[in-house]
Design a protein around this ligand. Sequence first.
Ligand code: GAP
Length: 457
Amino acid sequence: MEKYNFDEIVTHLKTTGYVYQGSEIYGGLSNSWDFGILGSFLKKNIKDLWWREFIERSPYNVGIDSAIMMNTKTWEASGHLKGFADAMVDCKECKGRFRADQLIENATGLSAEGKSFEEMDKMIEDNHVVCPTCGKHNFTGARAFNLMFKTYIGTLEDAKSVVYLRPETAQGIFVNFNNVARTSRKKIPFGIGQIGKSFRNEITPGNFIFRVREFEQMELEFFCKPGTDLDWYKYWVDYCYNFVKKLGINEEKLRIRPHDPEELAFYSKGTSDIEYAFPFTDWGEVWGIADRTDYDLGRHSEVSGKELNYLDPETNEKYIPYCVEPSVGVERLFLMICCDAYEKQKLEGDDERVVMHLHPAIAPVKACILPLSKKLGEGAQKVFEDLSKEFHCEYDEAGSIGKRYRRNDAIGTPFCITYDFDSENDNSVTVRHRDTMEQERVEIAKLKDYIKERIAF
Ligand code: GAP
């Protein structure tokens, strides 16, 4: 299994305009990233594809777009106010703050997953764990650190005006269950999906865009009859895995990892992660699929006092639906796709090229139109204008044709279209394929359909 150096991939993404450091001219902001000219396209294409495959093409699902700031009772009901916290310790010497489980694991190789604060304190003591920054062994006891960002709504900064930035998009779906059921007239089973920003004050963000404090999620809450949930859980695990597989991700670097019973949340009947062998770790979570039972709708019914249940029109049975949730971060998918697509190829002689083997459906630029000579600008521009009505294309007339091919390989453009002197007479162009570097002559009149067929998902 070939793995490239992660720094090399990150440098490539930064230099080509996929990702920029956030607030760069002010020295940056810890672990904040901006998506550049190509990155914003890739992100948009990933989201559009998810929306098409999970919402538009599904006979079951509908989509919404709910607010980021929600009534604080939402987080009381979901358990985030109490339970969405990491155990942390502070070094009393250098004031460094660390996630207790990571500190222990890095120092001893022992897992602290599921351990109480007291048990973690004891592990730090017994193993004489030292601070990774200053090397001293002098920590506070472990305590909870809530990961939700807190702010105030309105002019007063008092307890009544506290609101949180949502740490997941899912709760905006649960609180709208009745609204969607009423306005969609969907029958169970049906799903509600949404794409949007989520915020978590992660103690240890890192690995570039893998773990960030501000990210986008694509979540589906799929409601079904109790008793059918495990079948639907399996259905959605397969559906998500196939989505990733269809993107062309190397299956040797992919696995589905079902959670051990002790890892499961108390309300979950099953959770699986789709993981990828990122260059910086053995396996990293990309997509989580969970059978959440009736926990969320049940809790919101309890706290809001509003019934969130379903009356089966055929059997007259009333029940709180069970929910299966596939949840994925856009940045995680983006990073997996880029790590998998990156290749440095040796060519003839000393020549080499960097090529991003992105699936054409999500590639930022679908085709680049290259006039062989500036004198051919008029005809080449016409091809560009015509194709641009359908796909995002670029026009490049600067430098040798070889250099222009390399530039496009490096950003993942699947097709380079050369307009040459013969084009003026035979109304055809040469299409060069990014992955194979093979070339073929295609009539200009057939070009649109030719590309359309080859970029389909
Ligand atoms: N509603 C369920 C939920 O939010 P999660 O496992 O906490 O579950 C789901 O998050 C997905 O969101 C993860 O699999 C990952 O792709 C993405 N994600 C979570 N935290 C993230 C972070 N700090 N930075 C980037 N992506 C993140």
